[in-house]
Design a protein around this ligand. Structure first.
Ligand code: ATP
Ligand code: MG
Length: 189
């Protein structure tokens, strides 16, 4: 997919020009609705594979997209959701909701040098406490998940729906490099 470099004037141009779009802001301003709408417009009008990833534990994205339920595993929104609305989608719309514990455990499985080390880390009470109770663990693993999905190249566009609070999403930190490299050091140590 070619990426426009000039300033985007329409939603479609924005979706063609960017690989990651983050919907962020104060509580109740329309972040989830906007993320769902951007994903739906891109899948409807562009020949792209789009993922809307919500890192907000609230399940509003599911209702915004008319889905019963979804979780850590990416699932495709059925084409009937578009055709029922009289739209023949050009692309594909996928959705996922961050599951903090499952994402941490998958991350350990990805970077542990062997199964024995992986199992030892997963059973470690300190690991379980940090990943389950440490306030920032959700934000950290959300950045990791975004990094992993983006680096995989599975999607042309990733739209992220964020929770209503200041997080790394509002800082200038780019989701490339620091989280994975620091974790790899932990697993190898
Ligand atoms: N452009 C809009 N015009 C009018 N109402 C809207 C608009 N966008 C969203 N809403 C409504 O505002 C409410 C909040 O929207 P939404 O859940 O998308 O916000 P949010 O920023 O994701 O909230 P939260 O911070 O709680 O996650 C919903 O009832 C939604 O239907
Ligand atoms: Mg929301």
């Amino acid at each position: 997919m070619s990426r426009a470099t000039s300033r985007a004037r329409t939603l479609e141009q924005l979706c063609m020009a960017k690989e990651v779009v983050i919907s962020t802001g104060s509580g109740g301003v329309g972040k989830t609705t906007t993320a769902a709408a951007i994903g739906a417009v891109a899948a409807a009008n562009l020949d792209v594979k789009v993922l809307v990833l919500t890192v907000d534990p609230a399940r509003r994205l599911a209702s915004a997209l008319g889905l019963e339920r979804f979780g850590n595993t990416e699932v495709e929104v059925p084409a009937e959701a578009f055709t029922d609305a009289g739209v023949e989608p050009e692309g594909e719309l996928w959705v996922a909701m961050l599951d903090t514990k499952a994402s941490w455990d998958e991350l350990i499985g990805l970077h542990a040098p062997d199964a024995e080390t992986r199992d030892a880390i997963l059973a470690n009470p300190l690991y379980q406490n940090i990943t389950g109770k440490f306030v920032q663990s959700h934000d950290y693993v959300a950045m990791e998940r975004l990094y992993e999905i983006h680096a995989s190249g599975r999607y042309d566009l990733i739209v992220v729906d964020t929770p209503p609070r200041a997080t790394p999403w509002t800082s200038s930190t780019h989701p490339r490099g620091w989280p994975t490299s620091s974790l790899r050091g932990c697993c190898a140590g």
